[in-house]
Design a protein around this ligand. Structure first.
Ligand code: AMP
Ligand code: ZN
Length: 138
């Protein structure tokens, strides 16, 4: 299903032009207009899903193998040393386009680390309490 005003629905289905590097029945893979590095790619399903919690089993089964295929092509084609696979869910996590997508970002040894955080700590007993809240929601 496409959504009326979704820009990634329009791009994925070819209604808005994009720089496409791969296409099959399920996905279009395009270059991001604001790349972290040249070659930064976005995997877009042709069907509309808001985020990872909505994707169907077929999309879910296919998307990681495709991420590996695109990442391998970035390494072979561009000579990058590695790649990040990034996928944001919700504004708090940095999602700005609400059509599920996966970023594949070429990375070079000399690059500053990009997907990173400052490791925190737990108070005594806090880790188990947090784990219990998550287990109870599963
Ligand atoms: P996110 O923050 O995970 O929702 O990522 C959205 C990404 O889409 C950003 O990296 C944007 O640069 C990229 N983007 C937005 N509009 C377009 C467009 N028309 N063509 C290509 N990339 C786009
Ligand atoms: Zn959409």
């Amino acid at each position: 299903m496409k959504e009326e005003d979704c820009i990634f629905c329009k791009i994925a289905n070819g209604e808005i032009p994009s720089t496409t590097i791969y296409e099959d029945d399920t996905f279009r893979v395009i270059l991001d207009l604001g790349p972290a590095n040249p070659g930064h790619a976005l995997i877009l399903p042709k069907e509309h899903f808001r985020d990872i919690t909505e994707i169907d089993a077929d999309t879910a089964a296919k998307v990681l193998p495709l991420a590996a295929k695109i990442g391998t092509a970035l390494k072979e084609g561009l000579g990058c040393d590695g790649f990040n696979v990034v996928q944001n869910n919700g504004p708090a996590a940095g999602q700005t386009v609400f059509h599920f997508h996966v970023h594949i970002i070429p990375r070079y040894d000399a690059d500053p680390k990009m997907v990173t955080w400052t490791p925190g700590t737990y108070e005594d007993g806090e880790m188990e309490k947090v784990a219990e809240k998550i287990r109870a929601a599963l």
